[in-house]
Design a protein around this ligand. Sequence first.
Ligand SMILES: NC(=O)c1ccc[n+]([C@@H]2O[C@H](COP(=O)([O-])OP(=O)(O)OC[C@H]3O[C@@H](n4cnc5c(N)ncnc54)[C@H](O)[C@@H]3O)[C@@H](O)[C@H]2O)c1
Length: 437
Amino acid sequence: MRRRDELLEKIRNRTAVVGVVGLGYVGLPFAVEKAKVGFRVLGVEQNPARADKVNRGENYIGDVRDEELRDLVARGLIHAQTDFARVPEMDVIVICVPTPLTKNLTPDLSYVEGVTREVAKRLRPGQLVSLESTTYPGTTEEVMLPILSSSGLKLEVDFFLAHSPERVDPGNKRYTTKNTTKVVGGVGPESLAVALAFYEQTIERVVPVSSAKAAELVKVFENTFRAVNIALVNELALLCDRMGLSVWEVLEAAFTKPFGIMPFWPGPGVGGHCIPLDPHYLEWKAKELNFNTHFIALAGEINRRMPEFVREKAFRVLNRLGVAPSRARVLVLGAAYKRDLADHRESPAVEVIRLLRAYGAEVAYHDPHVPSLRDVGLDLESVSLTADELRQSDLVVIATDHSAVDYGFVVAQARHVLDTRNATKGVAEGRERITLL
Ligand SMILES: NC(=O)c1ccc[n+]([C@@H]2O[C@H](COP(=O)([O-])OP(=O)(O)OC[C@H]3O[C@@H](n4cnc5c(N)ncnc54)[C@H](O)[C@@H]3O)[C@@H](O)[C@H]2O)c1
């Protein structure tokens, strides 16, 4: 009780030192939110270039405001280092490291486990450890707890453990870390009480659930919901293609219904480090219980088919134009997985580029946010979006609908446009040169 009350006191008067492990898309905005309300934040970031940047006040994450980070670093409220030496100084340790999949689509918890072992070596009484990384139900209790308990300290008495899944939607200006309702589950009631108090300091609404396991399932269900609904409209797009109907017209009309439906849009596939990956965490855990998650498997199959469908449709258009696909020059607009982001991890646009090249087309790309694709193994740099570039291409494929691109100009200059995002919706002139997904 004494340890819990001391920690609660430090959290409430904001003298608690907050450790954030992993300063990426999730960790850095989180660190900034905490520091903004007065907590001193110590970051642990294994990438030395990133840690150095933080300490120089140089921002590298889109959702963080440059001047805000600079100011917080200058005031000594945020400091990063590459090792775990300062764990004993931390009162709360928030873990935001990657949870990727292995090649066989099974969970790769090596980051979470590695970090937990480092924390366990330095764990001291009176600390809260909270996992923010997305993972399968049971990770916090079944994987992290045994490692932390190896320190000899006792859960709920000496230390506290919780899971609070990060829900941040990168690039979303309306919903940020602060005003996105947060779900919290503790591995025990004391852990829940401490974690709730911690998250309530910076987040407008915090919703408790009865366990860390329930909180883990909430997050993977949310992303499964998106994956399944995107797959549903992608499948409709495949069907509309055969029926000679516009999937965009059908969906726009369907979404005028004021109840019982919500908008999801088709596209070249799903990307990023959440929607294509997280449902497989749940699928894997369900298998352990001899349970098949049919929706997840089917959604994954349909969404993964989309880049190939775009490649095939592009070749159909080229053939119609009288250009042999293997001799065509194709300009792909957008490489990021989502509008107005630089993130091109698992991006379906990159897969479309790979497929077009694999079948012999010459491909260039333009993305105002992604200057190079060398980091994903493609020897391509973003070209400038000039009239010449557009005119020299036999086909322009819009793979990501960045708002910085002038689609009227694109359509006016291009020989033909394959638009997989309905980005040209507002373009009135030259529609005969547009093919929609
Ligand atoms: N990006 C999103 O939109 C989003 C949203 C919700 C949840 N998540 C989840 O949050 C977690 C983190 O995702 P992210 O997008 O922030 O990843 P990221 O790759 O942007 O950031 C992770 C950071 O952790 C660092 N790191 C890796 N191993 C480390 C170690 N041993 N010690 C210290 N630092 C280490 C990496 O260098 C990197 O900077 C994942 O589980 C992800 O699924 C991501």
